[in-house]
Design a binder for this molecule. Sequence first.
Ligand code: ATP
Ligand code: MN
Ligand code: MN
Length: 297
Amino acid sequence: MKGTEERHGVALTNLDQPLFADAGATKRDLVDYLDAVADRILPELRDRPLSVMRVLRGQKPFMQKNLPKYTPEWVPRVALWAESSQREVSYALCNDHATLLWFANQRAVEYHPTLITVGDDGPRPTHLVLDIDPPEGESFPAAARSAHLVRQALADAGLGCAVKTSGAKGVHVVVPVDGRTPIEDAAAATRALAARAERLDPELATTAYIREDRGGRVFLDSTRAGGASLVAAYSPRLRPGVPVSFPVPWDELDHVTPADFTLRTALDRLGGSNPWAASLPPPQSIPADVVEEGHTI
Ligand code: ATP
Ligand code: MN
Ligand code: MN
């Protein structure tokens, strides 16, 4: 049948349909992109409970955490207790190419892994994330300037980091941390580092949780920690033109916009490379004074 094929043993259907209104891309474009980038996005997803943003024809997009009943039994999964909904949620672990293509065929456009991995030794944080959200008006340049502040605050604490566009409005600064970091300490350190960055230029950036208190400034969101998710590097976003979350070298951050990186352009930019893996420093231990400072905030 036209628009139907099989890859990695996964039946793919309706490939010639538009992905969503304004996508400027078909479902085939999504499948082809994820197929090509699989070796680079799968390491971002491995062993991390996954949420996906799906868009079905004629429906509003929705975030899917719990796997649907019709999910094939070969899709890896983990059951976790969800405090917010007070029930057990069966999360996918997108650990292989076939599972990624199955999700693509399900019209899963966005891939949101947790910042923890689940393994034999229980959940453990692998990254700190400073989520940098520009104010209304989508002022990406201000987010980029704030990312430089965050980088400086991290450097002052002896920590290295990498930056990527979210693919939506802002950027994510990511700090790999070693396995000795308890979740509470990771959360505290993230708060402390956001506060330190704010102090470097309080007119540009703020850690105010309440939107009305931000006064047009960039929000340094330090709440991405523990079981929280973050859109994966290389994940497409459900936005016009299908931008993707993409790594950016620090010296180019002031010269790009999120729309530079899309389902159409990302593969050409990448060639065979994996700039996200290349730009991340090795896992680091968080200085004790940063953790202590964070526990007082
Ligand atoms: P932007 O650049 O527009 O801020 P973003 O992806 O950083 O895009 P945020 O709203 O800042 O979006 O959220 C940060 C991360 O938190 C997201 O990437 C996503 O993984 C997670 N998240 C946010 N809102 C939700 C939600 N309603 N359900 C599940 N996960 C969410
Ligand atoms: Mn954000
Ligand atoms: Mn945010």
